[in-house]
Design a protein around this ligand. Sequence first.
Ligand code: ARG
Length: 563
Amino acid sequence: MDFKTEIAKKIGKQIDMEHDKIMGLIEIPPQTNMGDYAFPCFQLAKVMRKSPNMIAAELSGKVQPDGIVEKAEAAGGYLNFFVNRKEYIRQLIGEILLKGGEYGSSEDGKGKNVIVEFSSVNVAKPFHVGHLFNTMLGNALEKVYRHSGYNTIKINHLGDWGTQFGKQISAYKRWVNEEALGKEPINELFRIYVKFHEEAEKNPALEDEARAYFRKLEEGDPEVTELWQKFKELSLGEFGKLYEALNVEFDSYAGESFYSDKMDEVVILLRDKNLLKDSEGAKIVDLGQFNLPPILILKSDGATIYATRDLAAAIYRKRTYDFYKNIYVVGGTQSLHFNQIFSTLGLMGFDWSKDCVHIGHGLVKFADKKLSTRKGDVVFAKDVIDEAIHKTMEIIENKNPNLEKKKEVARKVGMGALIYTFLKNNREKDVVFNWEDALNFDGDSGPYVQYTYVRGRSILRKAGDVSDSADLSYLSTEDEFQLVKLMGAFKDSVREAVERYEPFVVIRNVTEIAKAYNKFYNTHPILNADDNVRNARLQLTKAVGIVIKTGLGLIGVDTPENM
Ligand code: ARG
């Protein structure tokens, strides 16, 4: 049973409004003296031709105390509900203990396919911190969607096609150092790629050579194709290690090359609809009616580009997965590109273009410039991950040298610190990264929340056999009620994260739960309390552990048992 739902039903009996609408209007008041749920009466005022205050007052008189609600008070146009605390605590903790890791899940998305495209790194190029942010965000988003019952498909739209591969092949033939390639493939591929650009400034003929190589690749020339394949395998090998560290898996790696034979159809469709226009030898689609610059479909030499591949990919995805939503997690700098793609799909007559969404995100910046940038301004994801684990290991060696499975704990905590830092704010915001905050065990950090979980686990271990049947009415303090209420809000936070495409909503809730539990722990005895109270508080501790573990899991963070 869900209290918010029950309260919405009570309201529904008194007024003429749909249940879902009432659910959407119900708020959680900012202060505890204003109750636990509030229903704003402002929208009703127009229909009922009464002031919101009057409506709230009238409604309050009609609410009878029962197992759900203790009382309802009118205040400033709101109807404030005070739940029956004992019942609330009993039901909610019961629900958490029963559902375990499924707590907060729902069937909202039952039968609906949702594509989450993320990571989408580029073959032969560094997996940089921007991709790291992207990968963490996409991974978390996929998990909250899945927790809400959607059938998700994770796609890595690899950047493995395009004229840059002509350059890469030319660079390889001229300058590669095979030994370096064997040791650190991406470094070497990137080194010669950067060199290509330097050399091409002096010798423009190189550009022609590169174009010729890409044409060969498009034509399927065996030698050139083999090289491209080699770049791809080497790159995927390195990316695979990062995905393993991040605990990320994909259902499909269909990237840009996958669409190389599916673009003729796009061109034909556009031509049939009379959408293709000539522009200095190239083919474009005019998007003036949307106030957007035209989208380039074919270059003057007939070569297709990034955008054409995206049109082909969207059509393919609709056919293959019949998606309810097609979500592109891609940096905010590409928002114009996606606007153009979605508008073009609309012009082509695909009404499902409205189900395509670009989920943008900010950049990653470093507060301390010390972090090694190997080439140019690129910070490699691998370096950040290695350093996070290394620094965590140092802290463990310092604080808890006898800890078991140190390496595994360092990985979980180090990665937790990173993921938390990247995802703790609104995704549009730039991430300003510094190690002190990321690894601060007392602040808003991954380790802080993980540590709270570990603390709970240790209490439960010390308690020994914890019986399952406790009388939860012994959880009678204000601190306990507020803590339980935050755990109840977890369900709403998952729903909100899905609606807003914002995993940080879940992180914030879980952090508040951790803070509330620590406050409780510091003011009330658990193991030394009287039997009844002790038992009830141990159940509470179990429930907190479940919600923290589930919430961290939804953003891709593991919880160690010790740290
Ligand atoms: N590979 C591109 C990059 O690293 C991102 C691809 C985004 N996805 C897409 N469907 N266009 O910038």
